[in-house]
Design a protein around this ligand. Structure first.
Ligand SMILES: [Zn+2]
Length: 374
């Protein structure tokens, strides 16, 4: 089992070396989170009805999309499970001269389309192009890990809070008005008939629900919230908040710049235990139903959950050490011994199950709060 997990991790990590796909649980994780929430809202007829109607509503307001109403699929039954990967599917939208945005499949990676098949109509692709266009550029929001602009919206998936901190606090470095906590609050705003704070441009409740489902998942992937910052020469940990500024040479990009041989640490954390498949297993549902309800107002939940995930990230980096940054701009990680490495992977597996269950429970908690039982 462990060996199989290792092999799968290696295989999947090859995919995750591709720079356009370096973020988020694999699509499997996002589908599982959605599937858990689908189950949890079943006993709330109001929330179930609203979610079904919103996800399957075919009426975006943009004129350029209205022109394509005739291309609507005749039958539509999207659930939160299928909604989960949407915010990664939009990464297939590329920017062309003249400010044109086009959904284009990567011929080298046809597998990227697998979770995006529910959105492969002309209408849904027009929605994705529209979303990327309107969330591409904003003041102080760039995303260019490869040296060229790839769109502000790529930042919505994560925060990079130094693991030396004990809570998610907007005054700390690595947080922003366009990080994953801000993104969840923006989606909640739209779903509760409010205007989202800039830079978010969310067309309608359907888009908000697609985004919410994805970002609540991301918020529970520990390396999407907690980050180590490393000295390039020595690999020693540094604290950006103590220096009151982030030195870009110390950024590990959520573990994308940390490698164990050919395995990227972020990718290892993105892959979910293969026995889970794409479903809300009985084991996950039991864990999800045991997640305690929040007693504070909903507008503070995303930050509270980020604090919880930050603590999980502290644990995820516990015991790891790093060598100097290599010519490939990555730091090698050391677990101490092969036995400790195996123990780490075993523990990682357990943590992933717990985090997926929490994410599903939290997504359902938001939906049950927005649309309480009648
Ligand atoms: Zn993501």
């Amino acid at each position: 089992m462990m060996r199989m997990t290792l092999i799968l991790s290696l295989l999947c990590s090859v995919v995750y070396l591709h720079p356009a796909r370096v973020m988020a649980w694999g699509y499997q994780g996002h589908e599982v989170v959605g599937a858990i929430a689908d189950e949890l809202i079943k006993d709330n007829a109001n929330a179930s009805k609203q979610v079904h109607e919103i996800l399957n509503s075919p009426l975006p307001s943009a004129d350029e999309i209205k022109d394509q109403q005739d291309l609507l699929p005749s039958k539509s039954d999207l659930k939160l499970q299928q909604a989960g990967p949407w915010a990664d599917c939009v990464k297939a939208v590329t920017h062309h001269d003249g400010d044109r945005f086009k959904y284009e499949l990567d011929p080298n990676h046809p597998e990227y389309e697998t979770p995006c098949i529910p959105f492969n109509s002309a209408l849904e692709r027009a929605r994705m192009e529209d979303y990327v266009k309107h969330n591409w550029s904003a003041p102080d929001c760039t995303y260019q890990p490869l040296g060229f602009e790839q769109g502000c919206h790529n930042n919505y998936h994560f925060a990079d809070v130094a693991i030396q901190r004990d809570s998610y606090d907007r005054s700390d470095l690595g947080t922003s008005s366009h990080d994953v906590v801000s993104a969840i609050n923006a989606a909640i705003a739209v779903l509760t008939d409010q205007t989202p704070a800039p830079p978010f441009k969310i067309r309608d409740k359907k888009e908000a629900l697609l985004l919410l489902t994805h970002f609540v998942g991301d918020l529970h992937q520990p390396l999407h919230v907690g980050a180590v910052y490393l000295d390039a020469q020595s690999g020693a940990r540094v604290d950006p908040d103590a220096a009151h500024a982030i030195d870009p040479t110390t950024e590990t990009a959520g573990g994308n710049s940390i490698k164990d041989e050919n395995v990227v640490l972020h990718g290892e954390w993105d892959d979910i235990p293969f026995d889970l498949g794409l479903k809300a297993t009985a084991e996950l549902m039991t864990s999800a139903r045991a997640v305690p309800a929040d007693t504070t107002p909903m507008d503070g939940w995303a930050a509270l959950w980020a604090t919880d995930t930050l603590k999980v990230a502290q644990d995820a980096f516990n015991g790891l050490s790093f060598g100097p940054k290599g010519t490939d701009h990555k730091w090698p990680v050391s677990y101490g011994s092969p036995e400790k490495h195996m123990a780490y992977l075993h523990h990682m597996d357990e943590v992933k199950r717990q985090q997926l269950a929490k994410a599903g429970a939290h997504l359902a908690e938001i939906l049950n709060t927005i649309w309480p039982k009648n």
